[in-house]
Ligand binder design. Structure first.
Ligand SMILES: *Cc1c(COP(=O)(O)O)cnc(C)c1O
Length: 371
């Protein structure tokens, strides 16, 4: 029998050789977009804290007040004793924000997707997913017993071709897509997907984890997270009231996992209030990303996410090290997170980035010949 440590060591060696081993690095976030790694202060272009709300005094104060009032942890699942009174208030506001009848908070975006997809579809059903959807949508699809097919990225003809060929052989059909693609920063054509859904009797699930938009084309199920623009932690789904009531009593990741710490829920609600009161703030990350794409000559940014695609793993890893040497943090994203041969630095722009830092970064990248 092979010793577990030996097997682990062999697997690690293979991953290291392929440039795919991931290691955790201590990273202390300071104010603004500064982080400290290995004693070095860097400007981060890797945080998803698009509006800097994780650092906002009102958001921090709301979290502290919730700890004082309800304690550090929730104590049990929402269905037992974990459903602290902060949930109902936040869910009502999320529903209004997304223009849906109701919302349901989960432990994270990952837990939302892995819980709701198997609740919605199963054996004999069909899931059509964009080629580049986030891993947790695929994990949710694999946990269901539905047949999973992938259509070419943002390619409506390919999606329609699959519907034409396979829809009739399945009872229910769910189309899943990111709203803003997490590693490419481009946007799904939700209106077209929704029209295809109507035409072929398929439901549309959009994952808006990276979205800052207040409005979008109508979808049947909207998934969001508090961990990015809202600066906290947790996830949610918004839909019609009956769908939400059904998901609440069916999604295993909601039922069999402890409720969020009260502080995370309170922080998300405070952040949502800031976002909704200040529509100008929500536009800032895209403006910052566009300043960067204009300065580098990259295609005009469609969201705060801008990929600098470099090709092989080794190239992306080397570029990440050079970034760090120059005082910037941009983590290399490699397969299996992105397709083979498209390893990249994924840059995320925040309202808190200073224009002069963005322009300096653009100059650095041009000097290196990466654009
Ligand atoms: C980050 C992300 C998630 C996961 O959300 P968490 O709340 O961090 O678990 C889900 N979907 C997409 C598209 C994401 O980018």
């Amino acid at each position: 029998m092979a010793a577990l440590t030996e097997v682990a060591r062999e697997k690690l060696q293979a991953l290291t050789a392929a440039g795919r081993r991931r290691v955790l690095t201590d990273t202390a976030r300071e104010g603004g977009m500064a982080v400290v790694r290995s004693g070095k202060r860097l400007i981060s272009f890797s945080c998803n804290d698009y509006l800097g709300l994780s650092q906002h005094p009102d958001v921090k104060a709301a979290a502290k007040a919730a700890v004082e009032k309800y304690g550090a942890g929730a104590g049990a699942s929402r269905f037992v004793t974990g459903n602290h009174p902060l949930y109902a208030s936040l869910e009502a506001k999320l529903a209004v924000w997304k223009g849906m009848e109701a919302a349901l908070v989960f432990g994270s975006g990952y837990l939302a997707n892995t819980g709701i997809i198997p609740a919605l579809v199963g054996k004999g059903d069909l899931i059509l997913a964009d080629r580049l959807v986030h891993a947790c949508l695929i994990d949710g699809a694999l946990l269901s017993d539905a047949k999973l097919l992938r259509f070419k990225h943002n390619d409506m003809d390919d999606c329609q071709r699959l519907l034409e060929e396979h829809r009739g052989k399945h009872k229910h059909c769910l189309i899943v897509t990111d709203e803003v693609f997490s590693m490419d920063g481009d946007i799904a054509p939700l209106a077209e997907l929704s029209a295809l859904g109507s035409q072929y009797d398929a439901w549309l699930l959009a994952d808006g984890a990276h979205s800052l938009a207040a409005e979008h084309a109508p979808v049947d199920i909207y998934v969001g997270t508090f961990s990015k623009a809202l600066g906290s932690y947790g996830g949610f789904v918004a839909a019609k009231r009956d769908v939400i009531d059904y998901l609440a009593t069916s999604a295993r990741s909601l039922i069999f996992s402890t409720a969020l710490p009260p502080a995370a829920v309170a922080a998300a609600e405070a952040a949502l209030a800031i976002l909704r009161a200040d529509p100008v703030l929500a536009k800032a990350p895209l403006a910052k990303a566009r300043l960067f794409t204009e300065a580098t000559g990259l295609p005009l940014a469609q969201s705060p996410i801008v990929p600098l695609v470099l090709g092989e793993e080794s190239k992306a890893l080397k570029a990440a090290a050079e970034f760090e040497g120059a005082g910037y943090l941009a983590v290399a994203i490699r397969p299996p997170t992105v397709p083979e041969g498209t390893s990249r630095l994924r840059l995320a722009f925040s309202a808190l980035h200073r224009d002069e830092d963005i322009l300096a970064l653009a100059g650095f990248i041009k000097n290196k010949g990466w654009v």
